[in-house]
Write a protein that binds this ligand. Sequence first.
Ligand SMILES: [Zn+2]
Length: 338
Amino acid sequence: MPFTGIVGHRRLLSLLTRAIARGTLPPSLLLAGPRGIGKRMTATAIATTLNCLHPRPAGAFETDACGECQSCRRIARGVHPDVVVLEPEESGAIKIDQVRDVIDRANYRPFEGRRRAVIVDDADALVPQAQNALLKTLEEPPSATVFLLVSSMSDALLPTVRSRCRPLRLGELTSLEVAEILIRDHQYSEAEARAAAAEAGGSVGRALEARGVDIGEAREAAQRLLYQAARVSDPVRRLEAARELVGKISGGGSRERDHLAVRLRVLASLLRDLGLLAANAEALSLANADLRTDLNRLTDVFDGERTTRAFGAVDRALVALERNAGPKVVADWLALQI
Ligand SMILES: [Zn+2]
């Protein structure tokens, strides 16, 4: 995909295209930032523009891929011999053999492109030995190869690897941008896209993860947990509410994790509203304005201070889930914190 096809991140993309046009792109980049915002797409746009047969300026971009030549089309189909993608295997890790194979290839000139691009997606999944193997190559990069590391948890990379890459931080998208992508690439209607984007915290990945999850049901489960937390201090009862929050989901660990993540974000949204109510904000600014009466009943227990603390706990729970903690453990922990 050319840079013009990417939604958002305008300033960063202009800088990148300028560096490509002027031949000053560093040999290794680390594209960091939250999940589902276009990091890998940006890495692919770099690889595509570097190898496009007819690159040309486009809008604010000093150069961009044409999107139509043979090279652009092969990269889009994932069959270009000089654009190599490394990503986690079934086990969730990127093993040393995968890295060695790529390093061997990086020592040869590109087969047909101008610049070989190695995209390491979920670079934080590289096992430590694989990171060390890669490190040697990053220290003395072959001139015709560019390394593009992509990660939503870049602090999990070895500091030595991080220090060898120029960091590029991509931020969350606006909800308008998320909605735009959902309509363009994922067949959402405008109304569906707007509703999904409002709950997605600036990430298309999150919006897609929530697809098919009943938000009404999620709101009820989140509300029940808040009521239990407000009324009873008995840990057993709270853990029951936690179990309900996890729910019964078939389809294995990652599906269960996505499901809980959606519910936790709904819980975060209710807590944000409670914080606003505690600060006497206007009803209009509430994300869950329809639940105002129910939420008001919670405000004597969930005052500003407790709400802030609970919000922080939900945030930590989401990070733990993203790092593959078990959904039940996370929900139990949270139920005792809020
Ligand atoms: Zn092209």
